[in-house]
Each structure stands twice: as structure tokens, then as C-alpha cells.
Design a protein around this ligand. Structure first.
Ligand SMILES: [Zn+2]
Length: 463
């Protein structure tokens, strides 16, 4: 029986879908102001594992992942880059989707962008105003936490303790709040927002971050759905606020199972740009690491354990993936007889499923697979594995791989020649030798690449 640790109840619970055979789940997605770092991908890889295992177990999954494309960070970033908000966030949306493909993360069914759902958020805020859960102050609108006695049930915080000043986050423009704990649903336009605002029934302004996830999850999944995921840093205040907004508006329970993954450390330290241990996916690819190794490194630690990410660990992850790939190749050579593989297959599948059923115990699941690999390799080496049995082993490995996503071939890396041409073209552009730059672009096209010039420099696309 499939069981998950539910942050709401602080225990492992048997998973029961609201509608038999179907799972509706929501995942907090990226704020598209920067290239995500590998800590972000730890969360997205965990959610991918969850999604893939639900499908393995026969559920039809509808997953929604939002794109936060308006908030303080995106607005400031666009202003600094001298771009419109839309042009600026488009860059990071594209990087995000490229990274998902690189890491073999299955696409969600919906990727709603906040800026395309302002009317849904306005409608939800209006409902909260009508029901007395929200109030206006100086043009902004706030959620009235004192009206929602369940506030704190997810984070298990005693929120009565969060009195004035205790939260340490009093914005100068929020002095007008009734209670310091109250959070903004709608932020009135200020000059710093520049041309980023919407003129709505609520006034001129923009939505708060929390309301975005309530509005978009309920739009695509209904007011009450199965699973909500995120990183542990989302629990408070973001998910606590989502529950308050959604349940106050509908009077219904919002989500049945809340799953949160622990953070990622680099060399046992919090990742930060100042410590020099901050990696984006691209940083690792530029160091020559392979996507499947990175995927393995991110998903092979149980999601409720912190991942300690190191380059040595990444090399070990790459060799684990290579062992699996070599194994698949070796199976093709089986021509022997004398080994009955059937009991081993049954046992391995049972162990894999029991482990994954137990709150996605990936380490035990991988342990079962590698044990099978060792046994079958031994039979292969002794010439005891028949071609038919080898095919059965390969079929089971492929079935496991619908969950792991490690065996599909990597895209060939970009060659040094192509990289050199890109650098040469960039130099020509900087020297304003556009004829030469165009000629180099043409040569790259002949080699099968399209060069796109972005504010971050040239980007290659395979034709
Ligand atoms: Zn969210």
C-alpha cells in the first residue's frame, strides 16, 4: 500500500485518491528571475519521482506547476536589465524548460504563469473580501489571519506567538495592517513598480505571491485536490497562507497530502554565491558532468533527508548510472543457459515496489536494483544467462526506468569545434564585424545549430 509522510499530520499515511485512479497534484514552481540552482532542481526531481511512481502505480496524474513571473525580484531584475517584465521573464522561462528536459523531468500537464491569471486572483480576493477574510488598507488588500482559527495547522506553529515585531518582516508600506501577521493579497502600485501593474476592480496594483498558487491550483485542479508539494522552506509562510486563502474562500478542505522535500547542501554548507559553492545546472554541465549523473545525484537521497551535494558524489553518481548502462548493454550478449532468472525478477520487483510504496524510499529501491544487477552479471559472466531471460531482465529494468528516468540516451554534448565557432562569432560581434559573425552563424547552421543572442550571451539550439 502506497504511503506518504504528510506534513499536515506529521505521519506516514496510506494514500487514497479523492477520485479512484486519478491524482491531482500541485507543485510550487520557479520564480523566473534567474537561472535556477541545483537546490531548486532537487525539489523538481523529487516531484518528478513522485509523479512517475504514481503513474507506475497506475494513477492518471494531473500535475500543475506555476511560474511566478511577477514579484519584487522579477520586477527589479527587468528594470536592471532594461527589459519589459515579459521579455525578462521569458529568458528564464526558457532556461527553466531547457533544464527540465536536460534532467529528464517529465513535463507537468499545466504550467500556468501568474501574469496570465490575474482575473482568477482578483476573483478569489473579492471572495475573501466578501466573506470578511480580507480588508483594504492604503490601497492594498490583506488577509485577516485572526478570522482563520486553523492558521498554523500545516507548519504546527503556535501563531499566537507571532505578535507584532516577532516576524521581523514589517515592510515600511505595511504599517497600515491590522495585525503584523497579516499578509498581502493585493499590493497597491508604487512608483518602484514602474510600468508593472494591472488596473482591476481591486485598484491599480499586482497580486501577492501566495494568492497566485491558491488561484491557479484551484482553477486547474478544483477546490479540493490530492497532493501539494514543495521544498521545506515553502511550508511557512507560503503553504500555510495558501491553505488559509483557499479554505477561507471555499469553506472546504484544500489539499489532502502535503509533501515537502528537505534542502540541498553543498559540502555540508548552505549553498550561497558568497561561499563559491553555488551551482546552476549549466555550471555543472560546463564542468563536463553528464545530465543523468546529476539527476541520479539529486534523486538518490530520500526526499526527507537533506542531500549533501559534492563533486565527488556527483562522480560517484555518474559511475552508478554508467553501471546501469553497461549492464543494459551486456544483457544483449547473453547466449548461455542454466540460471533461472524468474525468482530473482519477482523478488526484485517486490522489493522495489515495497520500498517505493514506503514514502518513496529510493535508496532501498535502488539497492534492490543493484543487487539484481550483481546477480545477473555473475550469471552472465559464467555463461548461464539465456537470451530470453536477458530480455526479461531488460524489460524489468525498462519498467523501473519509467520511474528513475536514467537509461534514455543522453543528447550528444556540444563539440569543441562548435563551441569554438560560437566564441569566434561572439568576438566578431563585439568587434562589430557583422559580416564575419553572419558567416559563422551560417557555418553553425550547417553543423546543425541555431545561435540565439540573449542578454546572457549566445545560446545554441539544435536544428
Ligand atoms: Zn506556491
Amino acid at each position: 500500500m502506497l504511503r506518504f509522510f504528510n506534513t499536515l499530520t506529521r505521519q506516514k499515511e496510506v494514500f487514497r485518491a479523492i477520485e479512484p485512479g486519478k491524482v491531482r497534484m500541485y507543485t510550487c514552481g520557479p520564480t523566473v528571475y534567474d537561472a535556477p540552482h541545483i537546490g531548486n532542481y532537487r525539489a523538481y526531481t523529487f516531484e518528478d519521482l513522485l509523479r512517475r511512481y504514481l503513474k507506475y502505480r497506475g494513477y492518471a496524474v494531473t500535475q500543475v506547476m506555476n511560474l511566478t513571473d511577477v514579484d519584487d525580484k522579477t520586477i527589479r531584475g527587468a528594470q536592471r536589465a532594461g527589459l519589459s517584465l515579459q521579455a525578462y521573464t521569458a529568458i528564464y522561462k526558457r532556461i527553466f524548460f531547457e533544464d527540465l528536459r536536460t534532467l529528464n523531468i517529465e513535463p507537468a500537464e499545466y504550467y500556468p504563469a501568474a501574469t496570465e491569471h490575474i482575473p482568477d486572483m482578483v476573483a478569489l480576493i473579492k471572495r475573501l473580501l466578501e466573506r470578511g477574510y480580507a480588508y483594504r488598507a492604503d490601497g492594498s488588500i490583506y488577509f485577516r489571519i485572526s478570522r482563520f482559527p486553523d492558521y498554523g495547522k500545516l507548519s504546527h506553529l503556535d501563531v499566537r506567538g507571532l505578535q507584532s515585531g516577532a516576524s521581523g518582516r514589517i515592510d515600511s508600506d505595511e504599517y497600515s495592517k491590522e495585525d503584523v501577521r497579516d499578509f498581502a493579497l493585493w499590493k497597491a502600485w508604487t512608483p518602484e513598480d514602474g510600468d508593472v501593474y494591472w488596473d482591476t476592480e481591486l485598484g491599480r496594483g499586482r497580486p501577492g505571491w501566495h494568492i497566485e498558487c491558491s488561484a491557479m491550483s484551484m482553477k486547474y485542479l478544483g477546490p479540493h485536490f490530492d497532493i501539494h508539494t514543495g521544498g521545506e522552506d515553502n511550508i511557512f509562510p507560503h503553504h500555510e497562507n495558501e491553505i488559509a486563502q483557499s479554505e477561507a474562500a471555499t469553506g472546504m478542505p484544500f489539499v489532502n497530502y502535503w509533501l515537502h522535500c528537505r534542502h540541498l547542501l553543498v559540502n555540508n554548507q548552505k549553498m550561497s554565491k558568497s561561499l563559491g559553492n553555488f551551482y546552476t545546472l549549466r555550471d555543472l554541465l560546463d564542468k563536463g558532468f553528464k545530465p543523468k549523473g546529476i539527476r541520479y545525484a539529486l534523486l538518490s537521497t530520500h526526499y526527507r533527508q537533506p542531500v549533501n551535494f559534492t563533486l565527488e558524489g556527483l562522480r560517484a553518481a555518474e559511475s552508478a548510472v554508467q553501471r546501469l548502462l553497461d549492464f543494459m548493454a551486456n544483457l544483449q550478449t547473453a547466449r548461455g543457459s542454466g540460471f533461472d532468472v524468474e525468482p530473482l525478477l519477482q523478488q526484485t520487483q517486490a522489493r522495489f515496489e515495497a520500498a517505493m510504496d514506503d514514502d518513496l524510499n529510493i535508496s532501498a529501491a535502488l539497492g534492490a536494483i543493484f543487487e539484481m544487477v550483481r546477480e545477473v552479471n555473475r550469471a552472465l559472466a559464467q555463461g548461464q544467462l539465456s537470451a530470453a531471460d536477458a530480455q526479461q531482465v531488460a524489460a524489468l529494468m525498462q519498467r523501473f526506468d519509467t520511474v528513475l528516468g536514467l537509461l534514455t540516451p543522453e543528447e550528444a554534448p556540444v563539440s569543441d569545434t562548435v563551441r569554438a565557432l560560437v566564441r569566434e562569432r561572439q568576438a566578431a560581434r563585439q568587434a562589430r564585424d557583422f559580416a564575419r559573425a553572419d558567416a559563422l552563424r551560417e557555418r553553425l547552421r550547417e553543423l546543425g545549430y541555431l545561435v540565439e543572442d540573449t542578454p546572457q550571451g549566445p545560446r545554441l539550439k539544435r536544428l
